[in-house]
Design a protein around this ligand. Structure first.
Ligand code: ADP
Ligand code: MG
Length: 344
């Protein structure tokens, strides 16, 4: 606890957002997913206070969002529940992630705060420590905010590593098994393009679609079940394709995943379908929605020298329909959460 009473510099930590390469709506259904951490991230600066109060600011907080501070309150509560002596804190947040855009800004926020607190308390961030934090952050979101989430996002933020995707098996949801998967896509002249449709899921589904899909799956809805069964097979095939550097095969699996999410799980929206269809017509190897759906982002695998053509085609298709322009980000697999500046 050395340094906790020093009023000086804050402890600063960064936690990344994630893109899920394949394996959607499987984390809470005992299945497989394959996310990777990205460069877009949230940074938390944390300073102990002299009292037991919590004060938190966010440069990106949306006026009128009543819930955002609950994510932070939840993380503190969960860390105290596992026995950490978390003092009163001043916390300041900045983020380059879209909020509610399907790139897991909520997990990045939670994990940035938790990682900074670990740095403040001198808790080492080894593999076990990272898993513990991922679980505390997942619980913060499900138990305190009340958002039913499966745990993929927090594991990706805490266990992501440079140049790797993270295979997660939720067969035992209380103890998911993870393995890094080398993902050298850039070495073979390909890029991963994330396109933010600008449709926000909270608006698109009234925040109820995700919970409804969970219930439908639990009740044995045949098409929802078929999606999860076929999606798990696609994740296994994707790991094999990556190992063989069979990028066209990986692209085809991504596109098949999108069709299943659109037709069987029914979580796509016209903007996501448009980005996928246009990208494929413009020569992408594969494309799919990524994240929970009802808006958010699409992921396109494309040769580096075709990426500009894909972007322009998507922008043109959007303009034709009178939709607000999408935002594009090139992403690559990057490191998980880290303390940027420690105590003293
Ligand atoms: P996603 O995690 O895909 O971005 P969620 O709906 O799970 O979408 O989380 C988005 C919510 O998380 C926001 O509406 C906001 O309440 C909260 N949030 C995430 N990041 C921040 C941030 N940097 N500042 C304030 N609130 C944030
Ligand atoms: Mg989230």
């Amino acid at each position: 606890m050395a340094g906790v009473n020093s009023p000086s510099a804050p402890v600063v930590a960064r936690a990344p957002g994630r893109v899920n390469l394949i394996g959607e709506h499987t984390d809470y259904n005992g299945g497989l997913c394959l996310p990777f951490a990205i460069g877009l991230a949230t940074i938390a600066a944390v300073r102990p206070r002299g009292d037991d109060q919590l004060r938190v600011t966010s440069r990106e907080a949306v006026p009128g969002d009543p819930h955002w501070q609950e994510y932070v309150v939840g993380v503190l509560a969960e860390l105290r529940r596992i026995g950490w002596e978390v003092p009163g804190l001043d916390i300041d947040l900045v983020s380059t992630l879209p909020l509610g855009g399907g790139l897991a800004s909520s997990a990045a926020l939670e994990c940035a705060v938790a990682t900074a607190i670990a740095g403040l308390l001198g808790v080492p961030l080894d593999g076990a420590g990272r898993r513990l934090l991922a679980e505390a952050c997942r619980r913060a979101e499900t138990e305190h905010v009340g958002a039913p989430t499966g745990g993929m996002d927090q594991l990706a933020a805490m266990l992501g590593s440079d140049g790797h995707a993270l295979l997660i098996d939720f067969a035992d949801p209380d103890s998911p098994v993870t393995a890094p998967v080398s993902f050298p896509v850039a070495e073979d002249g390909l890029v991963l393009l994330v396109t933010d449709t600008r449709v926000r899921h909270v608006l698109a589904d009234g925040d109820g679609g995700y919970a409804q899909r969970r219930r439908e799956y639990a009740r044995g809805h045949p098409r929802r079940r078929r999606h999860v069964v076929t999606e798990n097979a696609r994740v296994r095939d994707a790991v094999d394709a990556i190992g063989a550097r069979a990028w066209a095969r990986l692209g085809a699996l991504m596109t098949a995943s999108h069709a299943s999410l659109r037709d069987d799980y029914e979580v796509s929206v016209p903007q996501l379908d448009q980005v996928v269809d246009t990208g494929l017509e413009a020569g992408a190897l594969g494309a799919r929605m990524t994240g929970g759906g009802f808006g958010g982002c699409a992921l396109t695998l494309v040769a580096a020298d075709r990426a500009g053509v894909v972007r322009e085609a998507v922008d043109a298709a959007y303009a034709e329909r009178g939709w607000a322009p999408p935002r594009h980000h090139l992403v690559e697999p990057g490191p998980g959460a880290e303390v940027l500046r420690g105590i003293g």
